[in-house]
Write a protein that binds this ligand. Structure first.
Ligand code: SF4
Length: 588
């Protein structure tokens, strides 16, 4: 009899985090089935969840380290490749740690991401570590941390089902986060009014009770206009403002110039619609804001995010079920990559690099001599490479040659490096540009919920990095783990927000949310219930001006471009290699 095994896992695509089960036959993943009792997706999945496993056992998986010589790749042994990488990283970082940089992989489990930032900080002594949130949800982390004191979504996913009014701006959930889109529909069935604001008439706009089209890049003006209407009509929550916030007077003064006519001219929304939006949002008992990359992927993305926080605090729509500011994340583990300290400004658990005491703590813990000065962001690293100031770049599971806006600039920057190291599953566009390619294990092959062995020749991500660190001279006992569980124990020691997440609790299907300071803390999703995460417990209003997009159409480039997602794809490296998905929408 053929034995079939089911191994629980999480979908590796969008940030909704649907629960799946790998179907395993003869020790190989042969399919997936929705996890019926999972709290996020309740047994449903979108096409990517259904067919997005098909890449796993493809024949073109990388299984041998590759070294480029005279413009051509040749196969190499692991020893040779690891020595080459370690020696180069050591040579350059000994000279100047600022000349090396790391891109962490936001598709990877937390343990791998933690080890990437540890390799950068401990083995190379650099704070130059970042990941793709910088160009998608970096503004969320910055904007919500400035206003609320914490950069995370304020409410759990199910909270939206209790909302009376949903203000969904720049978020095409029905394509980008389909199972969260399902929750929007459930909320509507419960009586919520769903208003979708988007420059494009998207599938999410189609299900809305009201769709408002507006000019891209004018979000701050719109929300300032709404704030003025709310204040002019005395609909603000005075109690909440007085007891829970500061900075209201400055906000009130700033929005005075955003009268309906001015805002209408900037946004291309009719004055009466702006007025209606403001009054309905303020009058709802429980109003929730949902947003995504439509407001963050702008030069003023953090301002847009802070405007949503202003609206929520102004009306007391925060700290209760059915309310809040709810950013929908792009990559499946972009939140985890921020949490794990793959940021040039933050160690694991959002402990600040710039705080000398915190850096002293990590220097003591890691045995390092790191500066209390944030490193380069992902964008700055690429610019530094272009300028010849960054010499070695280590890219783990990212494909900037495919996904960056200015591919010509990216290719020139990568070509300017002394060494580009790419740790990957497949020969991506970025891997093609590498000097060394390291074949890694993928989804279902490492850390938690392992369902099959990696293909022969590929190595676990954190093992690759451990080997490099040791070859660079880090004592093995300071960079050695027998399992992913051991890595997570170190994470708990370094980050108080994860201290209460022990293995026993993580192995239950119950969702655990940080902050989770102790094992008896319930770790529930609702944030800012009684106080905000700033030291004084107050939320901070931000007085913001409309700045508009940096790049506007002109004679040379007369087009206005914006980003979107396709239901059947998620970037390229994985979904383009899933036959069923690629049959639906050809991308190659
Ligand atoms: Fe995966 Fe997102 Fe689809 Fe859920 S909604 S199955 S997490 S791609």
């Amino acid at each position: 009899m053929v034995e079939i095994k089911y191994v629980p896992t999480i979908c590796p695509y969008c940030g909704t985090g649907c629960g799946l089960n790998f179907v395993v036959k003869d020790d190989k993943i042969v399919g997936v089935e929705p996890y019926k009792r999972h709290p996020v997706n309740e047994g449903k999945v979108c096409p990517k969840g259904n067919f997005g496993y098909e890449f796993i056992n493809r024949e073109d998986r990388l299984t041998t380290p590759l070294i480029k010589e005279n413009g051509e790749f040749r196969e190499a042994s692991w020893d040779e490749a690891l020595d080459l990488v370690a020696n180069k990283l050591k040579e350059v970082s000994d000279d100047d740690p600022n000349k090396v940089g790391f891109y962490a992989c936001a598709r990877s489990p937390n343990e791998n991401i933690y080890i990437t930032q540890k390799l950068a900080r401990v083995a190379c002594g650099t704070q130059n570590v970042d990941h793709c949130a910088r160009i998608c949800h970096g503004p969320t982390v910055a904007g919500l941390a400035t206003t609320f004191g914490s950069g995370a979504m304020t409410n759990g996913f199910d909270s939206i089902k209790e909302a009376d009014y949903i203000f969904c701006i720049g978020s095409n959930n029905m394509e980008a986060h389909p199972l969260f889109g399902r929750k929007l529909i459930q909320a509507q069935k419960n009586g919520a009014k769903l208003v979708v604001l988007d420059p494009r008439y998207t599938p999410t706009a189609k299900i809305a009770d009201e769709y408002v089209q507006f000019k891209t890049g004018t979000d701050v003006a719109l929300m300032n206009g709404m704030i003025k209407v709310i204040i002019d009509n005395d609909l603000q929550d005075d109690e909440f403002i007085k007891n829970r916030t500061k900075g209201f007077d400055e906000l009130k003064e700033t929005v005075q110039k955003y009268d309906l006519e001015t805002v209408s001219e900037i946004t291309h929304i009719a004055p009466e619609v702006i007025e209606e939006l403001a009054i309905e949002y303020a009058k709802a008992d429980k109003a929730a804001i949902v947003y995504s990359l439509g407001i963050t992927e702008h030069s003023h993305g953090a301002d847009n995010v802070m405007s949503t926080a202003n609206l929520a605090m102004l009306t007391g729509n925060i700290g209760r079920e059915g309310t809040g500011v709810n950013p929908l994340r792009g990559q499946n583990n972009v939140q985890g990559a921020c949490d794990m300290g793959a940021l040039p400004s933050d160690y694991v658990g959002y402990r600040k690099v710039a705080d000398q005491e915190t850096t002293d703590w990590f220097n003591e813990y890691y045995g390092t001599n790191l500066p209390a000065k944030p490193g380069l962001t992902l964008v700055e690293m690429m610019n530094a490479a272009h300028a010849g100031d960054l010499k070695v770049l280590y890219i783990h599971g990212e494909d900037p040659v495919l996904s960056d806006a200015d591919i010509k600039h990216t290719k020139e920057a990568l070509a300017n490096l002394d060494m580009l190291i790419v740790q990957e599953l497949f020969m991506t566009d970025t891997a093609q540009c590498a000097d060394v390619v390291l074949p890694a294990a993928g989804w279902g092959e490492q850390c938690l919920h392992k369902a099959q062995e990696p293909p022969e020749g590929a190595m676990l991500d954190w093992k690759i990095m451990e080997e490099i660190a040791v070859r660079m001279g880090v004592p093995r006992e300071k960079f050695h783990y027998e399992s992913a569980e051991e890595i997570f124990e170190e994470i708990r020691e370094c980050a108080p927000i994860f201290a209460g997440m022990n293995r026993e609790r993580l192995d239950t299907p119950e969702a655990l949310h940080w902050p989770c300071p102790s094992v008896d803390d319930p770790c529930q999703p609702l944030m800012h219930k009684d106080k905000f995460a700033h030291p004084d417990g107050l939320g901070i209003f931000q007085a913001l001006e409309h700045r508009g997009p940096v790049e506007v159409p002109d004679e040379e480039y007369p087009l206005l471009l914006t980003t979107t997602r396709v239901l059947f794809h998620y970037h390229a490296a994985m979904t383009r290699r899933c036959k069923t998905l690629d049959n639906e929408v050809k991308t190659g």
